[in-house]
Write a protein that binds this ligand. Sequence first.
Ligand SMILES: N[C@@H](CCC(=O)N[C@@H](CS)C(=O)NCC(=O)O)C(=O)O
Length: 208
Amino acid sequence: MIDLYTWTTPNGRKVSILLEELGVPYNVHAIDIGKDDQFAPDFLKISPNNKIPAIVDQDNGLSLMESGAIMLYLAQKHGRFLAEGDAYWQMMEWLMWQMGGFGPMLGQAHHFLKFNKGTSDYAEARYGKEAQRLYSVLNTQLNGRDFITGDYTIADMAIFPWAARFEWQEIDLNDFPNVRDWYLRIATRPAVQKGYQIPKFVTDIPMP
Ligand SMILES: N[C@@H](CCC(=O)N[C@@H](CS)C(=O)NCC(=O)O)C(=O)O
């Protein structure tokens, strides 16, 4: 049994979407980062960087932070949603792209374009432009492919919840038709719709 510590954010949703896709039982612990739950001493024992998501696997006592590591662990434990052969490394490449670029840069776009609009023209231009560039890169990768590496893997599940905040990033998905079609393919999956609402309902998945 997995204990999942999470909140209603893209990084948290990556893991709840994967757990729903795997169809394995898990306990949800809501860590309200708006109320500083992430700094509670008990939570810091399993997530010393004071961020969600984190898991504890009750089967072996392992605790993990960092969504990319958690996704790899769960996918390997259950032998699902991992690309095979050469595509395995392509999947890793795009998982790392999400962890090192798509997530952090779009997080900055949310900060300046959505929550602190008008405080810095420079930052708005910088992260707005970077968001456009990242979507363009993703659009190229998805040309001729249903999913990032062909089959549906954890790379898709890691990227999707960040793309689901396209409105905050001032992105029109219709400008990136391969991304839009990929997005709709994922957004309509029942497991994704369920995982998106963990730990609680905030909004339906936005549609382009
Ligand atoms: N690289 C980390 C990033 C996790 C992260 O940034 N989590 C945010 C929510 S999406 C958080 O917990 N923020 C609380 C804080 O910074 O105090 C991962 O992918 O797990």
